[in-house]
Structures are given as C-alpha cells and as structure tokens.
Design a protein around this ligand. Structure first.
Ligand SMILES: [Zn+2]
Ligand SMILES: [Zn+2]
Length: 212
C-alpha cells in the first residue's frame, strides 16, 4: 500500500511528494523545499516514520521543483533522476534564481536519465514513466497502476493546465500530451499535480475548460 504524503513548499506553493510503502522504503518527487524550516519539515517526517529514501525523481526541472534536491542528495546519499530533455532546464535555473528571490541555488548532479516506459521502483511499488512534454521539454509523469494514481507535475491541474510561456514550452504539445498520455488512463485514476489540489482523470475530461 503506497502512502502519498504531500508537502507544500516555497513561495510558488509547489507540491513535493513523498511516497512510501509497507517496506519503509520511500521516494522523493520534486523536492521544492528551500529554507531550513521546509527542509526540516520533510526530513523530520522521514525520520519520525523510519523511512528510507532511495532516490529523488523529478517530473521536470523548473526552479520551484528542484530547490531541495542537492541538500537531500547529500543528506541521504541518494541518486537524482531526470529526463535528459530537461537537463538544459535544470542548467538554466542558476541564471534566473535570484530574479525570483532565491539568493543561492545549489545545482544537483543528475545521476540517471529517465526514459519513457521505464519503471522506477521502491519497496514493493512500481511507478511507470510516461512522457508528457509541453510545459517543459523533458516533462514526465509517474503512474502507479495498482493504486491508480499519477504524480503529474505541471501538466494537468484541477480545472486548468500548465503554462507554456516558459522556454521550451509549447501549448499544442501540452494539449496533445494530456490527450494521448493522461486522458487515455481510466477515469478513476487520481492525479497529484505540482500545484493545488488533486483531481481525477474522469473529472478533468468532463470539466476541464481547456478540453471542452
Ligand atoms: Zn513547472
Ligand atoms: Zn511548478
């Protein structure tokens, strides 16, 4: 049974997810913790629940999703996974971090390039990697078929979709990713996005204003 713990971090109100199962093994997705209090909130939760983080995996590399990676890599000595096409997005963060009020950006090394169709595992749990570009060029999402959920990043939101005005963004590509990769999942699949509340595939197919 996968437990999904959500933390809302940094001034962008970014959702960082900590997934764990009955083995105590865990995976950290899109760690956006920036200040000491946020970092402590996440690491205290991990310690209090006796969890062992195995890896950090990212949906994409915009600043709000990558702020905590380097510090967590050092603390737990774990690898960081990202799609190759989002490497330039990660490399660009340094150049604009201070514009958003982040004085220091600790750029993490990428240890593994995520590939569409690959399975990422921890404990008894498997997450399947799907490729959903448009908001970012190397954006992926993580699907769990046993419990029917998707960790979706900034692709599909409750009654909205990701912005496409950032470098590497493309509106038509984003709509196509949602139609072909997300809306082909069964209606009951729950979507845990990079911002705001969770939703379901069926609800968004019916009510999302970008698809009516
Ligand atoms: Zn983003
Ligand atoms: Zn975001």
């Amino acid at each position: 049974m996968v437990q999904i713990q959500t933390f809302v971090f940094n001034p962008f109100s970014e959702n960082t997810y900590l997934l764990s199962d009955e083995t105590g093994e865990a995976i950290i997705i899109d760690p956006g913790c920036y200040d000491q209090a946020e970092y402590k909130e996440l690491t205290d939760h991990i310690a209090a629940n006796n969890l062992t983080p195995l890896k950090i995996i990212n949906t994409h590399a915009h600043i709000d999703h990558v702020l905590g990676i380097a510090a967590l890599k050092r603390k737990y000595n774990i690898p960081f996974y990202l799609h190759r096409l989002d490497e330039p997005v990660l490399k660009a963060v340094k150049s604009y971090a201070s514009n958003y009020g982040f004085a220091v950006f600790d750029e993490p090394e990428i240890d593994h390039y995520l590939v569409e169709g690959e399975s990422v595992t921890f404990g008894n749990t498997t997450l399947k990697v799907i490729f959903v570009p448009g908001h970012a060029p190397g954006h992926v999402a993580f699907v769990n078929d046993e419990q029917k959920f998707v960790i979706g990043g900034d692709v599909l939101f409750h009654l909205s979709i990701g912005r496409t005005d950032l470098p590497g963004g493309d509106h038509a590509t984003l709509l196509s990713s949602i139609r072909t990769q997300l809306f082909t999942l069964p209606d009951e699949y729950q979507v845990f996005p990079g911002h705001m509340q969770s939703t379901t595939i069926g609800f968004e197919k019916k009510h999302n204003p970008f698809f009516r």
